[in-house]
Design a protein around this ligand. Structure first.
Ligand SMILES: [Fe+2]
Length: 432
C-alpha cells in the first residue's frame, strides 16, 4: 500500500511494507467511516488520516502504540493491562516504521517495538470514534451541554409514570434536561420518598440520615434553620462534603391551605454562571480560584459531626467548562484567604449573588400535598420562601439519592428501550 500525498508538504511520501506475525482483530469488515489516505509526518511520529467524508485526523505514534487494538494489546475485560506503558524498552519518541491502510483499517509497525514482529492495528470506525482533533473534542462537549429551561414552566410528571421503564426513562430525562421535576400524585404514606428514591438509585445517607423531616420545630431549628418558618436563601445542600448529594427529593406530606408562603424556589446555577462569566469575566475567574470554607461542626447535637472543607465556588475542567459549583451561604465559614484576594473575592461573590436573585431566573412552586420535588442538587440551587403557619402545618419528608447511579440507570434504560441517548452533563465535576 502506498502511503503518499504529494500535495501536502511536510508529509513524506513513502512505501512501507508490513510483515505481520500478529493475528489482527479484523473487527470491521464494512466500515461506516472509510479511510481515503494515510500520510506520515516527516519525523514519522504522527500519521494523518484523510477520511472519505472530508474529515482529517492526526494520531501520534505513542498514542497509536499505547492504544493498539490488536488481539495481544486490546483490552477485552475490565481491569486488563495488556500494554505496559512504563516498559523502559519503549523509546520516549516512538517512530513509525511501516504503515498500511485499507478503507476500513490501518496497520503499522513501530521502530524497536517491545513485542517482536508486532503490528499495531486499528479498525477505521474505532479510530474515528476516538479522533482527538479539536473539532471532535469540541463535539463531545457541545453534545452534552446543558440547555436552560423557561422558569415560567414547571415540569411535572405523574408518579404513576414510574411504573414503566419508558415512564421512568422520560422522568429522569426531564430531570437532566431541566434540572428538576415535580412528581405528582405520590402517596402520602410516611417514607414514600425513600421508597421511590430506592427504586431509582442508592440512597445517600450523609449528615441528615436516610429520611429527614422539614417542619417548623423550635427545638430542631436550633440545629438547623430549615426547621423553622424563616425563608432560606438559595443554596446547595451539604456543600461541606467533598461532593454533596446529587439528587434531592422533598415530599409534601402535609401542607395545609391556611399556611401562607413556604413556596419552593429553584434557580439553575449553571445558567447563572454562564451569565456571570459573560458579564464579569474577571470576577468569574476570582471565584474559580479563591476558596470558601464550608463546615458542619457540632459535638453536642444528637448525631455529632465534624465535616469541614475548603474549595472554590466554581470548578472548571480541562476544557475550561464549568463542571461544578459550591454555594451555601448557610454553611459558609469565615473567609480566610490571602490578603490580596479578600477584596476581589467579596466583589465577585456579591456580583454572583446579585445575578442569582434576578426574578426572571427563578422557578417558583407551592408544593401541594402528594407532590414531590425531585431535583439535581449539583445544578439547581434551592430556596424556601418564609411562611406563616396560621395554625396549619407544612411538613416535607426528604432524602437524597446518588446522581451518577441515576445517570447510569437513565443510559442503561435508554439502551434497553432502543433510544439514542447521549449521556448528559450533570454537574458532577465532569463535562462528559
Ligand atoms: Fe436545602
Amino acid at each position: 500500500m502506498m502511503i503518499s500525498h504529494p500535495s501536502s508538504p511536510g508529509y513524506q511520501a513513502s512505501r512501507w511494507s508490513i510483515d505481520s506475525g500478529v493475528q489482527l482483530t479484523g473487527e470491521s469488515k464494512m466500515a461506516d467511516y472509510e479511510i481515503r489516505d494515510v500520510q506520515a509526518s516527516s519525523h514519522k511520529n504522527i500519521i494523518q488520516v484523510y477520511w472519505e467524508d472530508g474529515h482529517v485526523s492526526r494520531f501520534h505514534s505513542c498514542w497509536l502504540r499505547f492504544n493498539c487494538r490488536c488481539q495481544i494489546c486490546k483490552k477485552i475485560t475490565v481491569g486488563q493491562h495488556n500494554i505496559d506503558k512504563s516498559d523502559p524498552n519503549f523509546s520516549d519518541q516512538l517512530t513509525i516504521e511501516n504503515a498500511e491502510f485499507t478503507k476500513s483499517d490501518v496497520k503499522l509497525t513501530i521502530v524497536r517495538d517491545v513485542i517482536k514482529d508486532h503490528v499495531t492495528y486499528f479498525d477505521a470506525n474505532w479510530l474515528r470514534e476516538y479522533c482527538y482533533c479539536d473539532q471532535c473534542l469540541r463535539k463531545i462537549i457541545t453534545d452534552r451541554q446543558m440547555k436552560f429551561a423557561d422558569p415560567r414552566k414547571i415540569p411535572k410528571v405523574d408518579c404513576n409514570e414510574l411504573k414503566s421503564d419508558e415512564g421512568t426513562f422520560r422522568m429522569i430525562q426531564k430531570v437532566f434536561d431541566v434540572g428538576f421535576v415535580i412528581l405528582t400524585g405520590v402517596s402520602q404514606k410516611e417514607g414514600s420518598v425513600v421508597e421511590i428514591g430506592e427504586r431509582l438509585a442508592p440512597i445517600v445517607d450523609q449528615t441528615y440520615g436516610k429520611l429527614f423531616n422539614v417542619i417548623d420545630d423550635p427545638k430542631a431549628s436550633k440545629e438547623n434553620v430549615a426547621s423553622s418558618t424563616i425563608g432560606l436563601p438559595f443554596h446547595t445542600d451539604q456543600c461541606h462534603y467533598e461532593r454533596g448529594p446529587g439528587i434531592q427529593m422533598l415530599h409534601a406530606i402535609q401542607f395545609d391551605e391556611c399556611v401562607e408562603g413556604g413556596e419552593s424556589q429553584l434557580v439553575d446555577m449553571f445558567r447563572v454562571m454562564e451569565i456571570f462569566r459573560k458579564e464579569s469575566p474577571a470576577d468569574f475567574r476570582v471565584l474559580t480560584r479563591v476558596p470558601i470554607f464550608f463546615s458542619t461542626i457540632d459535638f453536642k447535637r444528637k448525631s455529632p459531626a465534624y465535616i469541614k472543607i475548603r474549595k472554590p465556588v466554581i470548578q472548571l475542567d480541562y476544557d475550561d467548562e464549568v463542571v461544578a459549583f459550591n454555594w451555601n451561604p448557610g454553611t459558609e465559614n469565615v473567609v480566610q484567604v490571602h490578603e490580596d484576594d479578600v477584596e476581589p473575592f467579596y466583589r465577585a461573590y456579591r456580583k454572583l449573588s446579585q445575578i442569582l436573585v434576578r426574578p426572571e431566573l427563578m422557578f417558583q412552586y407551592r408544593l401541594r400535598e402528594g407532590d414531590m420535588l425531585f431535583f439535581n442538587n449539583r445544578r439547581m440551587v434551592h430556596a424556601r420562601a418564609a411562611y406563616k403557619s396560621n395554625g396549619g402545618t407544612r411538613r416535607l419528608q426528604g432524602t437524597y439519592i446518588d446522581i451518577e447511579e441515576l445517570k447510569s440507570k437513565y443510559v442503561v434504560l435508554g439502551h434497553k428501550l432502543g433510544h439514542n441517548v447521549i449521556p448528559p452533563k450533570i454537574g458532577n465535576g465532569c463535562s462528559i
